[in-house]
Design a protein around this ligand. Sequence first.
Ligand code: CA
Ligand code: CA
Length: 96
Amino acid sequence: MVKEELREIIDRFDMNCDGSLTHLELAALLRSIGVKPHGDQIHFLLANIDSNGNGSIEFHELLSIIIPLINQQQLMDIFRSFDKYGKGYITALELA
Ligand SMILES: [Ca+2]
Ligand SMILES: [Ca+2]
């Protein structure tokens, strides 16, 4: 359940649809949940999350860092912030 929601969130910010997040895409994701990291902090985060060292955040890398940090309720709140119509899923319109 949490995985699916996280997947939706990642897809939302994966601008070039390659299935992973660059530091720019990660920055956009963080800003959307109210975190405004500096460039240095983004690079620090990226270096910590990017366990295979390829310079971008794959889904499983984000999952491994997010799951211990965030409880399901917080994740649901993030998800709902995108789910403007309260249908329980994010429509193409909301992503536009
Ligand atoms: Ca991407
Ligand atoms: Ca990686």
